[in-house]
Write a protein that binds this ligand. Structure first.
Ligand SMILES: [Zn+2]
Length: 269
């Protein structure tokens, strides 16, 4: 029986002169690899190509249980939302690509995560609505990690097991986050020789644990930590990370220029 539901195109690759393979994130079935036969023909029944990061109603079938193929078949695609800002704004484009890659790498095929799906749709709409992209990416990252159960333990030292809370140590002192251990080190403990760590502020913990509002500065810190953390979780670099960092750097320079000669109290990204 064909399935009809809302989907986001997370990846697309050429299969032949006329066909594409698309990785769709669907709300009810999670990720699905689907063959879109004949989509590149001028008069295809899809009525045009399928863009990366587009959202629409997909009608598709999954491979039969005893089939050797792991690929389903996309029968029709009706794009329901457009985000033209992703084509004109480098930072918004990089943010959306990063979010799509996080979703693709942190969830499994046919393992539904409706909350993460909804967070991705929300992010795309917010980007199109002109909201600050890095802040919205940070909120997306928090929602995604929470939904898939990858929230790190910030409150116990990953080395000595002691509480790391501000009651134990001065709140002004940040903590070291150790990617290989997926946790923080308290100020008493040192990383092992050559161990990869990043410094994080107490505000980052609070943003995660207490669902606090985010500022531009904290969003930047969170997003950089998120990329670092996920790369350690999946054991490889994110393809989108370098583009995101370049887009952030360009936006910060543009912001600093526009903020002169008055001092900027907080950047708007
Ligand atoms: Zn410790």
């Amino acid at each position: 029986m064909p399935i009809s539901e809302l989907a986001i195109c997370l990846r697309r690759s050429d299969y032949s002169e006329t066909s594409l393979v698309v990785r769709m994130m669907t709300r009810e079935h999670g990720q699905a690899s689907l063959m879109a036969k004949g989509v590149k023909r001028p008069k295809s029944r899809f009525g045009g190509s399928i863009d990366l990061l587009s959202v629409g109603q997909a009608v598709y079938s999954l491979p039969r249980e005893n089939s050797v193929s792991t690929m389903g078949l996309l029968m029709s695609w009706d794009q329901t939302e457009a985000y033209p800002c992703l084509r004109t704004d480098l930072l918004r484009h990089a943010v959306a690509l990063t979010a799509a890659e996080l979703l693709a790498r942190l969830t499994e095929e046919l393992d539904p995560h409706p909350a993460s799906f909804d967070a991705m749709i929300r992010l795309l709409r917010e980007l199109q609505g002109g909201e600050p992209p890095v802040r919205r990416l940070a909120e997306f990252g928090r929602a995604l990690l929470t939904d898939i159960g990858l929230t790190p333990d910030f409150q116990t030292c990953a080395h000595c097991g002691q509480p790391t809370g501000p009651g134990e140590f001065p709140a002004a002192r940040g903590l070291l986050f150790a990617g290989p251990r997926s946790g923080v080190l308290c100020p008493r403990c040192q990383p092992g020789p050559g161990e990869s760590t990043v410094a994080i502020s107490r505000n980052l913990q609070q943003f995660f644990i207490e669902n606090t509002q985010i500022t531009g500065r904290l969003a930047l810190e969170f997003v950089r930590w998120l990329v670092y953390y996920v790369q350690h979780q999946i054991g490889r670099e994110l393809n989108s990370a370098a583009t995101l960092e370049r887009a952030i750097a360009a936006a910060l320079i543009a912001h600093a220029r526009s903020a002169q000669p008055t001092d900027s109290h907080d950047n708007d990204k």
